[in-house]
Design a protein around this ligand. Sequence first.
Ligand SMILES: *Cc1c(COP(=O)(O)O)cnc(C)c1O
Length: 307
Amino acid sequence: ITNSIGMEKAALHEPNFGGNERKYLLECLESNFVSTVGKHVKLFEDELANFTGAKHVIAVVNGTEALHVALLLAGVQEGDEVLIPSLTFIATANAVDYCAAIPHFVDSDWNTLGLDPKALRDWLKVSTDVRSGICFNRNTGRRISAMVPVHVFGHPCDLEGLISVSNEFCITMVEDGAESLGSWFHGRHTGTYGFLGTLSFNGNKIITTGGGGAILTNDIGLARHARHLTTTAKIQHPWEYIHDEIGFNHRMPSINAALGCAQLEQLPNLLDSKRRLFKRYRDSFKKVGQVKVFEEPEGCSSNYWLQ
Ligand SMILES: *Cc1c(COP(=O)(O)O)cnc(C)c1O
């Protein structure tokens, strides 16, 4: 690519539409079902479940809203504190704020670039009390209801360490896997360890639906509630409009899901090429002093998203 002053530049990330994108988009248009009731939504969700190993996948309009709804389902309430890493995209903090909760920024670990379970445990030990299964911040008096590890640049956090902190201090874990589709921690896909996990399919992510996101869970009750809440909380009925809570119009349209189906088919190849690129960078930077190339943590497989 050449920029406005005629200099060559390499895009940080650009989408790749080399597969069945046009075919599936046309199929979707010809079916006339381009909105959330079209068949491609279920197809995309099933294929994502297959790929990630999550039992249930709910496709939504973007990764930010996936996280917002996941936090509500995790029981985050007004005035709560939610632990998030300081090294992340703003959406993680925004989603907390949408719940009228307070983002509480926590330090990151050099080895994973994600939440540091050791530093977190040390801090929680001296600064919180757990009373009747609820963790309170002694400095503010507020409840700490959730933690949101982010798999930064697709590199998996130390999920084992974080799960143990989450259990010890009764803080629900919701994974922000927006950057980590195609990344595994100890053989299991990121986003499937927490109470809930989320993905993003924005134009700059490893695959895209134009705009989109997903909620992952292994719990059927949570999955039903996520689907309900993101479909305006309407009770299914042929003609009556009864909504039993304040819901959201957050389901992914079929036209976006059609694009996603084609993108997902190419994900394994994309992951291979990202890994090849990573190796080239690593080898090239060997010759440069004072530069450390970040490698996936041991036992993990990173999608090397931004390579
Ligand atoms: C991209 C991203 C999001 C938000 O996803 P959108 O689909 O853009 O709303 C959330 N968290 C992180 C870490 C991201 O990189």
